[in-house]
Design a protein around this ligand. Structure first.
Ligand code: GLC
Length: 651
């Protein structure tokens, strides 16, 4: 958009750019800056316009964008242009991801580069390498307490190793995803250290208070994130003799984004890693970016404006890059991280589908799909040019973040139902063989979350211990069933490393003092590569899971109806154990896939009319894409085995 004020400011800024920047070939940069400047100026003004140094900060911002553009390797710039021309490239069904810790997967980054063939074997072409940046030993929150945003932690490798990973990946068309921990730094970060040493400039990077007066006011409305280990949202710092805002752990200092210098520094960090070859940046804890007294300090409007601004800025320098929003918040809030009142994503193109994840675990425990349907019906549609990141497990806990109204709507009491789920997955419920553990029980609210590996939560660990063949089969079916949904639902499926070979809980964290009080370590495995070899041996559980996932991935990639273009219709049938939806391809009406999942441990039957009415010709010739066979029918009803699924297609 052309608008006089922002345009004349842009002219001024371009005149003031440092000569070494002006001398470069900035054609593409100027075109994109011109296109985005109105939005950038507006947002920056909205957030920081009241400051006397506004213009100076605006110049700094543009210089940061230009400098990083100049640094952008030619190969990546070409990719930017190719992706601009094919702007829906990431909605294609060909992408399948895996998240991993480099040290858990293969010792270090060099090991990740050496094991690229493993991803190819399974069909993975998007790898999220969890935090790799320098962080203190012990007080690191699994790498999410960064002490240097530009230095790779020596325990996982060097910049050259990452460059090797990136080039190995690029050769094989594998996307690289890296984290930028936006919301906070470690208390050992240089900024925190300089704040402690008394430098006002850096004290202004954080929320620091002389006494409890303001912290107490904040506390009245702020929930606790880690109530067991880090109660409250402020920490007394002995050196400073002041209170510091620390929403997560006491060593994670919250950055103050009402200071434009913080914004510009962090944007520079994002662009730095994008220039090192990251195709996608996972923006950690985005819901927390803006703090406002009297609120929960989550999902504030300004947090969204900050993300819009970051997106607009990245589009100027590196438009081929994408953002993933890690916002594990209420279902109606999550979709806002694509951008509100927009048609295409204007904040993050991808968001964790924490809603689907939690609902799937609900369906598995209750053997009933009613909350799954209800929760999905209440989830607002995603935008165009935006997609979900669908997952079953990740390095974090399973939060039961359903909407209470949905829970009541299907006839459960929210508190009792959540208690049941926690009991179910931690094995406290007598009818359950799941072997998870609770995470962060909050005695004040009665709230708790769940930790545990997929295989252990699905009951495989207990079933094997008790040598119960039937239970083993059911648990394997459950693992495969959960994945059958994330592969077909629409969005990017993200596997969690180790799940593909049915890795169990790892209790060794209990012997490590710096981990013992964080039960999430139970599901952050060190891959046992000898065990992984079993994936090649028929009859093993590793083979059963690995080969099933591999097959589903291969089929997904060939099935255009699985691409994510708002091409899904939920189908409700009278059988409460069944979850079903149709995926279709707008361009090829004949390419429909009917997904039917049985969440019960008993075989189920369903009448076929329902699907017919929805336009799926079940009376014609139908076969299951997964098995290649016709589905079982009995008495005009479709039969579906315990915890199994169909991907039906007409031929
Ligand atoms: C994100 C990470 C989580 C971490 C938190 C605080 O939610 O996924 O592991 O504890 O941020 O950084």
């Amino acid at each position: 958009m052309y608008e006089q004020i922002s345009h004349s400011l842009l002219n001024e800024i371009l005149d003031d750019l440092k000569p070494e920047i002006r001398r470069q070939d900035l054609r593409h940069f100027y075109t994109r800056l011109g296109a985005n400047f109105y939005a950038i100026h507006n947002l920056f003004h909205h957030l920081y316009g009241r400051r006397d140094d506004f213009k100076e900060q605006m110049l700094k911002l543009v210089e940061t964008l230009a400098r990083q553009y100049i640094q952008r390797p030619e190969e990546l710039e070409k990719l930017d242009i190719a992706r601009e021309n094919d702007h829906n490239w990431f909605l294609n069904q060909k992408w399948v991801g895996m998240a991993l810790y480099s040290a858990g997967f293969a010792d270090d980054l060099a090991g990740v580069a050496d094991n690229t063939s493993y991803f190819q074997e399974l069909g993975i072409n998007l790898v999220h390498i969890m935090p790799i940046l320098e962080c203190p030993t012990g007080r690191s929150d699994g790498g999410y307490a960064v002490s240097n945003f530009r230095q790779i932690d020596s325990r996982v490798g060097k910049l050259e190793d990452l460059q090797r990973v990136s080039s190995e990946f690029r050769k094989r068309d594998i996307l690289l995803t890296l984290d930028v921990v936006l919301n906070h730094t470690s208390d050992e970060h240089e900024w925190a250290q300089r704040a402690k040493a008394g430098e006002q400039k850096y004290q202004d990077y954080y929320y620091i208070f002389d006494n409890r007066e303001i912290p107490d006011m904040f506390e009245q409305s702020m929930p606790e994130i880690f109530p067991e280990t880090a109660p409250g949202n402020f920490t007394w710092d002995e050196t400073l003799q002041k209170w510091v805002m620390t929403v997560f752990n006491d060593y994670q200092w919250d950055l103050n984004y009402s200071n434009p210098s913080v914004f510009i520094e962090m944007l520079d960090v994002i662009l730095f890693w994008i220039n090192q070859g990251a195709d996608i940046i996972r923006l950690d804890a985005v819901a927390f970016l803006w703090k406002k007294m009297g609120t929960t300090c989550q999902n504030e409007r300004e947090a969204h404006l900050l993300l819009q601004l970051m997106k607009d800025c990245c589009q100027v320098t590196a438009p081929g890059s994408l953002f993933i929003a890690e916002a594990i918040v209420a279902p109606v809030e999550i979709t806002k991280y694509f951008g509100e009142d927009a048609i295409i994503a204007k904040e993050c193109e991808i968001a964790y589908n924490a809603t689907l994840m939690a609902l799937l675990w609900d369906a598995l425990a209750t053997r009933n799909s009613k909350l799954l349907y209800q929760g999905l019906k209440s989830l607002p549609d995603k935008l165009e040019r935006a997609t979900w990141l669908n997952y079953v497990r990740c390095h974090d806990d399973i939060g039961l973040g359903f909407d209470d109204n949905d829970v009541r709507h299907v006839g459960y009491d929210p508190v009792a139902h959540r208690r049941f789920l926690v009991d179910f997955y931690t094995g406290a419920y007598e009818d359950s063989i799941a072997s998870g553990v609770p995470f962060m029980r909050n005695e004040k609210t009665g709230d708790a979350r769940i930790a545990g590996s997929l295989a252990s939560l699905a009951g495989l660990e207990t079933a094997i211990q008790s040598d119960d063949e039937h239970a083993i089969d059911i648990a394997l079916n459950k693992i495969i069933l959960m994945h059958s949904v994330i592969f077909s639902f629409g969005g990017l499926p993200l596997l969690y490393y180790g799940d593909e070979i049915a890795t169990f809980n790892d209790h060794s964290y209990l012997d490590q003092p710096d981990k013992a009080n964080d039960s999430r370590w139970i599901h952050r495995p060190k891959i046992d590569w000898e065990r992984a070899e079993q994936r090649k041996k028929q009859g093993t559980v590793e083979y059963a899971v690995f080969s099933a996932l591999k097959k589903m991935i291969a089929i997904r990639k060939e099935t255009t109806a699985f691409a994510d273009f708002n091409n899904r219709q939920l189908i409700e049938c009278e059988n409460p154990h069944i979850f079903s939806f149709i995926r279709y391809d707008h361009n090829r009406p004949s390419e429909q896939v009917l997904v039917i999942c049985n969440f019960s441990e008993q075989p189920q039957r369903i009448k076929m009319e329902k699907f017919n009415t929805a336009g799926f010709g079940i009376y014609g010739q139908v076969s299951d894409l997964y098995t290649g066979k016709r589905p079982t029918e009995f008495d005009q009803q479709l039969v579906i085995q315990p915890c199994q699924f169909y991907w039906l297609t007409e031929y």
